[in-house]
Write a protein that binds this ligand. Structure first.
Ligand code: ADP
Ligand code: ASP
Ligand code: MG
Length: 437
């Protein structure tokens, strides 16, 4: 069985939804994961933000605007009064619920419940449209099987068991639709897998089912060799190793959720990136194969903070690094890059919610310096240490750019540079010019 995920733009209008329905009704049984229509989750974030700021009137204005937009979408999508009425009733109920939440007090749970509504609406629209077309389709509520554990990590054994039970109980359908992004946490509350999380949902389902293939359908023909939002003339990469794809996703290639490749890699399920706007284009295949001797792609991750700690005791005494890392662990802050010297260590983080406390604690062991608004530039490909010339070629491309940190040797697939955010575009362009021209 294949798992297909369609992102926000792929279901961004009733016309696009109909195109997706054509694509998925090829007679093969499949699970289809859908995002919210593009723009919807951003509007829901805006609603939650107004509630948080104690401005229910503004929240309601956004709710009403969204409600009007969906009213028009429904009329355009359905051709029979029966399905239109049924879906309208359901969508109206959802908007009433958002309205009620907007009238109440802000809590994090309220915010997460609001954010979940976009996927609930889009999946009901597509399911009912398929029913109208006479397709045997079943809507699996993601909230019945997608769950995270106490560490906010996906609970794969639970997901597997719960999903298998549902599919066994409702066997015989041609298409199973489910919501991307949304889940329940270990307390049973509505939660999500972070922005862009529908990719993660698809890969978790693919791993849970040991699917034949996971397909991520989006608005571009696969993973490009650089970020097309900043660099002109990027081209698709036809094949990536799981590790290369995981590094690119983690270090900022927006086409994939940062951690979605992990479950597919562990389960050994290939992932194919495809273009809904051009379904016959080959896209990118992510699997276990490794193409030696090539640099594949470049990505950039913003909002990075660099922290340097110079040890007060001249030399790095035994235990200094342990103490430094423990502080980050205590404050539940993951570290992305690390470089060391005889006297100190530099680290980079992207979650700064505990930065002040971390700096306070680090000051017990040395002099601390913080650089904000930095960006990680990550170059991915065959970067095993035995290869000659690749690192120098990459470094040469950045000759005119101030580099704060360089990380190489942590994997066979990656070399990363920390630069100022203001130099990001120039760095990406120079790398494309040097590596792919
Ligand atoms: P979806 O809504 O389908 O999940 P996203 O917007 O999350 O789509 O991801 C697709 C977008 O990712 C593309 O339109 C492109 O602008 C952006 N992107 C960033 N880096 C890359 C890359 N290296 N290759 C392809 N697309 C990329
Ligand atoms: N709708 C969610 C978002 O906009 C999840 C996704 O699209 O993958 O982030
Ligand atoms: Mg996405």
């Amino acid at each position: 069985m294949k798992i297909l995920k369609f992102g926000g733009t792929s279901v961004g209008s009733p016309a696009r939804m109909k195109e997706v329905c054509k694509l998925i009704t090829d007679g093969e049984q499949k699970v289809v994961v859908l995002s919210a229509m593009s723009g919807t989750t951003n509007s829901l974030v805006e609603i939650a933000d107004y509630i948080k700021k104690g401005n229910p009137e503004a929240a309601n204005n956004v709710v009403n605007k969204l409600r009007r937009l969906y009213s028009a979408h429904l009329v355009e999508l359905f051709s029979t009064g029966k399905m239109l009425d049924e879906t309208r009733k359901l969508v109206n109920g959802i908007f009433m619920h958002i309205h009620d939440l907007a009238m109440g007090a802000y809590t994090e749970s309220v915010e997460k419940e609001i954010l979940a509504q976009g996927e609930l609406i889009s999946t009901n629209m597509v399911t009912n449209y398929l029913k109208e077309c006479g397709i045997k389709v079943y809507l699996i509520p993601a909230l019945d099987f997608m769950r995270t554990d106490a560490n906010a990590e996906p609970d794969l054994p639970f997901i597997k068991q719960a999903l298998n039970n549902i599919l066994t109980e409702h066997a015989g359908y041609d298409i199973y639709i489910t919501q991307g992004f949304i889940c329940r946490n270990h307390l049973g509350e509505i939660d999500n897998l972070q922005r862009g999380g529908s990719d993660y949902t698809a890969c978790l389902i693919g791993a849970a089912r040991r699917a034949e293939e996971i397909q991520i359908w989006t608005d571009i023909d696969g993973m490009h060799n650089n970020d097309p939002r900043f660099v002109d003339g990027t081209t698709p990469v036809r094949q990536l190793n799981f590790e290369e794809a995981a590094e690119l996703a983690y270090f900022g290639a927006k086409i994939l959720h940062p951690t979605c490749i992990q479950p597919a890699r562990y389960a050994g399920v290939p992932v194919r990136l495809l273009n809904t706007m051009e379904p016959s284009a080959p896209g990118t295949l992510i699997n276990n194969e490794m193409q030696w001797g090539t640099i594949k792609a470049v990505a950039a991750k913003d909002n990075i903070t660099a922290i340097k700690i110079v040890s007060s005791r001249m030399l790095l005494a035994t235990g200094f690094l342990r103490k430094v890392f423990e502080i980050f662990e205590q404050h539940r802050t993951p570290i992305d890059m690390v470089t060391t010297s005889e006297v100190g260590v530099s680290l980079s983080i992207d979650n700064t919610s505990h930065l002040a406390d971390i700096v306070e604690d680090l000051k017990k062991y040395g002099t601390v310096e913080v650089d904000e608004n930095m960006c990680i530039i990550c170059v991915v490909g065959d970067l095993a240490w035995g290869n000659i010339g690749f690192e120098s070629k990459v470094a040469e491309a950045l000759a005119a750019i101030p580099v704060r940190m360089i990380s190489y040797g942590g994997s066979n697939h990656n070399i990363s540079f920390l630069v100022r955010e203001q130099d990001k575009k120039a760095a990406l362009c120079e790398l494309s010019h040097k590596l792919f021209a």
